[in-house]
Design a protein around this ligand. Structure first.
Ligand SMILES: NC(=O)c1ccc[n+]([C@@H]2O[C@H](COP(=O)([O-])OP(=O)(O)OC[C@H]3O[C@@H](n4cnc5c(N)ncnc54)[C@H](OP(=O)(O)O)[C@@H]3O)[C@@H](O)[C@H]2O)c1
Length: 170
């Protein structure tokens, strides 16, 4: 099984502040969309809530929640544990991406072998209070594929340097 993590982080691997992503980059949204097209995406219930509670189109959306177990095409596939999420994901025979948030990234990094980490890193500290627990990764063999671009943060209306596609292969 090929398990991939995709995230957008600030310079300290921060991913959110006050329950929200404190930036918005059109280019990163497009990068995320292109990368995850026609794949299986696995997310935590709070990340689902942050996506307006609708599945992202052209992807198999799996949501992990201890409380709900709804399976309805309109609402994505709801499962009670990360292990069930992986079992369901495997059935599609597609690439699998873990798309967040903090709790779900941490659980998968601690408990499974991650084949690749696809990160967009923003060259700025957004003073986040939730992080990608990158220090827990077992595969430390890091390759950095730099593709830098200056982009506009539409929330803060300022230019930032983004580095796309850092891949840490197994
Ligand atoms: N920068 C980025 O790339 C990025 C990407 C994604 C998300 N985010 C941000 O990250 C934040 C959300 O992260 P978060 O850590 O608060 O929440 P999360 O990981 O999205 O979801 C947490 C929820 O998932 C369920 N869950 C987690 N572990 C579980 C387990 N082992 N078994 C069963 N259910 C489990 C629980 O749902 P129940 O409470 O329903 O049981 C838990 O409350 C948001 O602000 C979001 O915008 C950032």
């Amino acid at each position: 099984m090929n398990l991939n993590i995709i995230a957008c982080c600030d310079s300290k691997y921060g991913i959110a502040r006050d329950g929200k992503i404190p930036w918005s980059f059109k280019e990163d949204m497009e990068f995320f969309k292109q990368t995850t097209q026609d794949s299986v995406i696995i997310m935590g219930r709070k990340t689902w809530d942050s996506l307006s509670k609708k599945p992202l189109p052209n992807r198999y959306n799996i949501v992990i929640s201890s409380k709900n177990n709804v399976s309805d095409q309109e609402k994505g596939i709801w499962v009670k544990t990360p292990e069930i999420a992986l079992n369901r994901a495997r059935l599609f025979d597609k690439k699998i991406f873990i798309i967040g948030g903090e709790q779900i990234y941490r659980y998968f990094i601690e408990n499974f072998f991650i084949n690749s980490l696809i990160l967009t890193i923003i060259d700025h500290d957004y003073k986040c209070d939730q992080y990608l627990s990158i220090e827990l990764l077992r595969n430390k063999n890091i390759t950095v594929n730099k593709n830098e671009k200056i982009c506009i943060d539409r929330i803060n209306n300022i230019e930032r340097k983004l580095c796309f596609n850092f891949v840490f292969p197994a």
